[in-house]
Ligand binder design. Structure first.
Ligand code: UDX
Length: 447
């Protein structure tokens, strides 16, 4: 099948590469010429496991192509996916300009029937708006084409985008048009093992809301666990045990129950904000989401608060080694990363930091710029040298089994602040290092 994809970000690019791998003829378009020229030569604009190899394979096979020319992309596909970014402002108002610009472009250039699919995360009613913009453009030039607009949200995660695309838990098709549903069902066929379980066909508005509800639910689970972690700390309980205890209940399930330094990234926070804003505006205040946001906001300061406690308020002049800056492992994405809050708070308190991340250093450096109170280190080991204590913010695989004896030697006053609860408190403490986790009754805090 011929497919056009508008938007070469995380979602657009991963989706394009996976469709090409499955044998579809994919043309991926982006307005950013430098990005497209890079991609045409196989250069990745972002760090995502397996994506580079997949793009290279698609380019070599000729099933994946890139263009910065809107018209070419509008004419190529039988199916056209809109996968451009939909930023939300601080209050949660979503900016749909990029989506509508693509819709207008399709309306101006398209010369035959098409199924147009909104994959960008966008408020309920966006597909209706896309349809209106498209029809407006078509009628202005007197074109009479059969165009169906569907909503088809994407649930892939950064860091496992390729895996999630190849094997989605479910594909949600929002359309009541049999032609569009049939085309999309065939398009996704290579990724679906069990259609009755994985393929969900519904109306457009339900599909659009499904995406927001999913992210809101995930964020709610995390904030819930972070609140339980605070309680566990004071009650002398270990949230990791509680997590296992409740995750074993099939009604709850084991995933997304990890207490930590707070959720970050480009989606959860933005989508929770947007959903809350839209609901508020319509007079349906979602009180639970306001609490989820407030808890997450506080949680991002949790490591700093533990350090304040450890140093009895005297953080000025201390040097903190920080392992991990990206908002999660296997990505170089710094958007809304909890590390940024920790760094800001440490600097404001007069501390210095020595930071290391396996992939996000260039992005972090670009964002933060050069300053006297940060040292950008080339290795995890270098970040430790001469530091007072260590904070683990992102649970990259390479941080998971460190040499604790080496850490104890490198740090001036050995203590680990484990923002992702990846270490075993007893193991850390037996190496002579004080241990602070999130919501762990064994935290040195309680000793
Ligand atoms: C999320 C959704 O999972 C995905 O379905 C949607 O398409 C986009 O938004 P992503 O932002 O890539 O994906 O990462 P995710 O794995 O969801 O993690 C988000 C944040 O939550 C990270 O900062 C992570 O560290 C944090 N998190 C996740 C926790 O604190 N605890 C958990 O149990 C899980």
């Amino acid at each position: 099948m011929k497919v056009s994809i508008f938007g070469a970000g995380y979602v657009g690019l991963s989706f394009a590469a996976c469709l090409a791998e499955a044998g579809h003829e994919v043309l991926c378009a982006d307005a950013d010429l430098a990005r497209i020229e890079g991609l045409q030569r196989g250069l990745m604009p972002l760090h995502e496991p397996d994506l580079e190899a997949l793009v290279a394979a698609g380019l070599a096979a000729g099933t994946l192509q890139f263009t910065a020319d809107e018209r070419t992309a509008c004419l190529h596909g039988d199916v056209l996916f809109i996968v451009v970014n939909t930023p939300a402002d601080a209050e949660g108002r979503v900016d749909l300009r990029h989506v509508m610009a693509v819709a207008a472009g399709i309306g101006r250039h398209r010369d035959r029937e098409a199924v147009v699919v909104c994959k960008s995360t966008a408020p309920v009613g966006t597909a209706d708006q896309v349809e209106a913009v498209l029809s407006g453009e078509l009628s202005q030039r007197g074109a009479q084409l059969r165009i169906a607009v569907a909503a088809n949200p994407e649930f892939l995660r950064e860091g496992s985008a390729v895996r999630d695309c190849r094997r989605p838990d479910r594909v949600v098709i929002g359309s009541e048009n049999p032609w569009a549903v049939d085309l999309l069902t065939r398009l996704y066929e290579p990724f679906i093992e069990d259609p009755t379980r994985q393929l969900l066909v519904m109306d457009r508005r339900s599909a659009e809301l499904t995406k927001y509800a999913a992210n809101a639910m995930l964020a709610t689970r995390i904030s819930f666990m972070n609140e339980m972690a605070r309680l566990a700390e004071h009650a002398g309980a270990d949230i990791e045990m509680v997590r296992r205890g409740i995750g074993a209940d099939r009604r709850i399930g084991p995933d997304f129950l990890q207490a930590g330094a707070g959720y970050g990234g480009s989606c959860l926070a933005k989508d929770v904000r947007a959903l809350r804003y839209a609901a508020d505006r319509d007079g349906h205040a979602l009180r639970i989401l306001s609490a989820v946001e407030a808890t997450n906001h506080e949680q991002k300061s949790r490591l700093f608060d533990l350090m304040t406690h450890h140093f009895e308020g005297r953080i000025a002049g201390k040097t903190i080694a920080v392992w991990g800056l990206a908002f999660k492992p296997d990505t170089d994405d710094m958007r809304d990363a909890p590390s940024l809050v920790l760094l800001e708070r440490l600097w404001a308190a007069g501390a210095r930091v020595q930071v290391y991340d396996p992939a996000a250093m260039p992005n972090a450096r670009g964002l933060i710029g050069e300053r006297d109170d940060v040292r950008w280190c080339d290795t995890a080991q270098e970040a430790l040298q001469g530091a007072d204590v260590l904070a683990l913010v992102t649970e990259w695989a390479e941080f998971r089994r460190p040499d604790f004896a080496g850490i104890a030697k490198a740090l001036r006053t050995p203590a680990i602040f484990d923002g992702r609860n990846v270490y075993d408190a007893a193991e850390v403490e037996s190496a002579g290092i004080a241990y602070y986790g999130i919501g762990r009754g064994r935290s040195s805090l309680l000793h």
